[in-house]
Design a protein around this ligand. Sequence first.
Ligand code: ADP
Ligand code: MG
Length: 552
Amino acid sequence: MTVRKLPPDTIERIAAGEVVTRPASVVRELVENSLDAGATRIDVAVDGDGTERIRVVDDGRGMSEADAELAVEHHTTSKLGSSADVERVDTLGFRGEALPSIAAVATLDVTTNDGGARGTRLVVADGETSIRAAGRAVGTTVEVRDLFHNRPARRKSLASAKAEFGRVSDVVTRYALVRPDVRVSLSHDGREVFATTGSGRYEDAILGVYDRVVAGRSTTFDYQTTAELDGRDRPIRAEGLLVYPSITRAAKEHVYVAVNGRSVRDAGVRRATLAGYGSLLPSGRYPVAVVSVSLPPGAVDANVHPAKDEVAFVDADAVEAAVESAVADALTTADLRRSAEVAVDLDSSLEAVEGDPRFADVTVIGQYRGSYLLCEADEDLLVIDQHAAHERINYERLRDALAGEAVGSRPVDPPATVSLSPAEAAAVDDNRDALSRLGFEVTAFGGGTYRIEGVPAPLGRAADASALRDAIDALRSGEAPDDAREELLKDLACHPSLKAGDRLDDETAATLVERLGACERPYACPHGRPTILSFGEETFVRGFEREHRRLG
Ligand code: ADP
Ligand code: MG
């Protein structure tokens, strides 16, 4: 074998394979180009699974005829001057690969005007480029048709139309949220799925994408600090929106991260965001949040990921510390942190029970704040979190019930309606059997609206209709079906469980303790939080300074 230079069309295929892997990656490149062109408005329209047609219309600065011709050539970009610039890019694109890669696997139809008397229309199909004059206001329309028509294997590897559109929707959603200053809309098969206003306010963007309830329970933040990079103090800014922890999701994808205006999936920033919420989040639950980080260009490298989905920070620790402080500070002013701090102190001063607390000897002696059962057990005082305990009981019963058969369902009358995002809707359609085995009866109502006609009623108490959303998140995020089921069981166990503030009569309280004792793993709720705290008498001896007195 001899080493040969690859023929140009092979190089083209390799490049196309890297940048353009599915309809959503085309949409991402086109939206990023529109943002780089300074658009204040971007309308995305997709037909079917996106291979039929993707259209992105913007009101950005447009291209001249000569620029348009160059733009579809390989390695042509208006965004880098010299090679040194690669390290300091502040645009979303810079490789000059997207348009030619798309043209290699589809028909690319660009109509653009940079403010001249007339615009330009350029069509690339099967390697042939045609150019003619066309009327258009300033801006650019890119239409991509017959995607992967010459890549049957790629086409075959695509998922259902709903699932592919779900990914497109994720991409557009992410940019709509991290760029509230741009008016973004998304349509599917001629129907508008969502639209934001471009007002620049994160609250407005989240209202466009989520709903009034989520938008209503949120706070915005804007935090600035500095960190030493290369021996100089450089600014770090984190801004965005935090939905209060009374609304949580089972999937972490609802934390949206941007770095220098680029939507990325950065595990570190996401972790720092969760850390900022701290103990306000129940374990295993995630917040809805938008976190946009800005740094000097030299402090971050965007050129580390083929799809530019990740970045590398020069000092990731400094960025994460800034994000955590930004989030924690913002939530402090929301008056939520104070109660959490009490909870943290309690946690550290008390030890969770381990081993056998001899449940048979446990006597309930009272209830504290409608939430905790106080029990005497030999020498110890036990405090049982009634909600966590009930969750554990429900979870184990559900799990046992499900091992053999489907969970019972109770009709919802009148049926509840939920409006689902395209990605959630795709998950419902792909998991019909699993959902009905879990007790959900769901029918499509059209327009992203679904009707919930039945909910799981595993222990006589019916789950809340909102449990469906958690079930969907679990099914979407679970890698193996078993994981998804596990997550779902935990959430289902939670919904019909006793809430803090439910008064229990003596008999119910005793039954709860007895049933907890019969559980396989009574000491933690399904999310891993302790169910029982134990105080030995020495805690009180110390607390009341009896030791001193005895000594003195
Ligand atoms: P890159 O974004 O990495 O520069 P692309 O292949 O995505 O590479 O685009 C090539 C060039 O075409 C860009 O540098 C830009 O000059 C021009 N271009 C692409 N899309 C648009 C648009 N929507 N508006 C204005 N110019 C555009
Ligand atoms: Mg680009």
